[in-house]
Design a binder for this molecule. Structure first.
Ligand SMILES: [Fe+2]
Ligand SMILES: [Fe+2]
Length: 499
């Protein structure tokens, strides 16, 4: 059985690879045509060897960089929309470059024709070109792998068409890589400012290279280079921060910034959850803290886990009192229902949550977290109750009625969310929140979920589970220690007042 499924997997990955290679041919061809249109006039004369050889070299260079990245990329990167976005960003980068070339040519002519007392060279002004903008955009909406692919294709194009000036090629590749490494985690628009500043700083060694290689060293030239570098950083910052939301919207990309924007009480769903179901909201916030801390240790996205935690139980808004965390000592409505009816109501919070999330157009990544947070797990309490009620006919109890429909968690983030969900609820029910009690319970719950096969389809390894357990214990111990300290403090204050 295993070898058959392995064969299917290999066939599937071969198919994905073939499709990706076909996309690569189209992508490389279109990019080559684009470059020829803007950097060289197309001449289709039959004996024009120059054109044929140029196009062949450009095509093969782009295609080989593409092929290398397809081979080393993960499947989720290889989406047609990603290559359309990269093509559009390349197109935009070429337009911006042409525009800045036009501006600098006009400026140089103006300075030359009038007597301002100094001269400008195109190399000095090159530092003001926002060559790293495209890399910043791709890094913001995709990831470092795809941004690196963009950087190498873009730099190869510059190196090939601006063969007279190696300087522009070096500046493009280094400023783009600096930009990408400055925005590894895009948690606020401020990161673009940091990237812009880093690009401006990079222009200092480039300014020195220009000065040392020029025959007539003039002090003002150095100032012009530094000023150009500052402008280049500023342009990168302005263009990238302005265009990222447009790219997010057009390509339906979910950036960390978008997640941060929706994961606040300003969002109507979270606002309603916090008012209608304060117990669930409290549970979601604690889960958010647990998930965020653990994600960093296992290479998952902490912002996605926190946002998923806040929204995972929004489906409970419709029937808040059927969930234990909102009952607060009041009558339990499940007492009047059969176990199967109770299970149906409990299960429905996932479906209703997904519908509400779709209605409010939450990102698909967050909707997946809602769908997957219970996997296909069993609602044990009501299943056992049903078995008890049907002692003599236990085989008549249909287990499927008491199972969530799934799917099981498909990503590290959804796996962490499932663990945090079960563990937070269990730890809350502990009579005493000592570190030992929490530690034992966390370990027991993780083992149970793992043994039930709920983590089979996500990428969490045993080592990840070990790290997650440690992090959960640390977070939960911290939370309950603070609560105990707060209650102790409050009681001693009350006693002081009474005395
Ligand atoms: Fe839930
Ligand atoms: Fe939950």
């Amino acid at each position: 059985m295993k070898s058959i499924s392995n064969n299917i997997e290999i066939q599937k990955s071969d198919k994905t690879y073939n499709i990706s290679m076909f996309i690569g041919i189209v992508f490389s061809l279109l990019t080559t045509i684009l470059c020829e249109m803007f950097f060289n006039s197309i001449d289709l004369g039959p004996k024009n060897i120059d054109f044929i050889s140029r196009v062949t070299v450009v095509f093969l260079t782009i295609f080989s960089i593409y092929g290398f990245y397809v081979r080393s990329s993960i499947k989720k990167d290889l989406k047609i929309k990603n290559f359309i976005t990269i093509f559009m960003v390349l197109f935009l980068s070429i337009i911006v470059l042409k525009f800045f070339q036009f501006l600098t040519d006009a400026l140089i002519n103006e300075i030359q024709s009038s007597d301002y007392g100094f001269k400008l060279t195109s190399t000095e002004l090159t530092l003001a070109f926002p060559m790293a903008t495209g890399a910043l955009l791709i890094q913001s909406v995709m990831n470092t792998r795809m941004a690196a692919m963009f950087v190498f294709i873009w730099s190869a194009i510059i190196g090939f068409y601006f063969v007279d000036t190696i300087f522009l090629f070096l500046f493009t590749i280094s400023s783009s890589l600096v930009a990408v490494s400055s925005v590894v985690k895009v948690r606020s628009r401020g990161v673009y400012l940091r990237a812009g500043l880093n690009i401006a700083l990079l222009s200092i060694p480039f300014s020195l290279i220009i000065l040392l290689s020029s025959e007539s060293f003039v002090y003002i030239d150095f100032l012009i280079c530094i000023f150009s570098g500052l402008l280049g950083g500023l342009f990168c910052y302005l263009i990238a921060s302005g265009l990222t939301p447009i790219l997010e919207h057009l390509g339906n990309y979910v950036t960390d910034m978008r997640l941060i924007e929706i994961a606040t009480l300003d969002h109507p769903l979270l606002n309603e959850l916090s008012i209608q179901a304060s117990g669930t909201w409290n549970h979601s916030m604690v889960m958010g803290m647990m998930g965020e801390m653990a994600s960093d240790l296992v290479g998952a996205n902490p912002v996605l886990v926190r946002t998923g935690a806040y929204f995972h139980d929004i489906g409970k808004i419709k029937k808040t009192m059927y969930f234990i965390e909102n009952q607060q000592g009041e009558d339990n409505p499940h007492d009047k229902l059969t176990p199967s009816m109770s299970a149906l109501i409990i299960k429905s919070h996932v479906k209703e949550g997904v519908e509400m999330a779709q209605k409010y157009k939450l990102p698909s990544l967050v909707i997946d977290m809602i769908k997957e947070h219970h996997g296909t797990s069993l609602i044990e309490y009501f299943y056992n109750k049903a078995l008890n009620d049907q002692k003599d006919n236990a085989e008549e109890v249909d287990e499927l009625l008491y199972r969530y429909p799934g799917p099981k968690p498909q990503s590290k983030e959804a796996g962490i969310l499932m663990l945090a969900d079960c563990i937070e609820a269990s730890v809350r029910a502990l009579p005493e929140h000592t570190k030992d009690n929490i530690q034992v319970l966390v370990k027991k719950m993780i083992n149970k979920i793992f043994a039930a096969g709920q983590l089979d389809e996500c990428d969490l390894t045993l080592n990840d589970l070990y790290k997650i357990a440690g992090s959960f214990v640390k977070t939960l111990t911290g939370i309950y220690h603070q609560r105990i300290a707060y209650v102790d403090n409050k009681e001693s204050n009350v006693n002081t007042i009474l005395k």
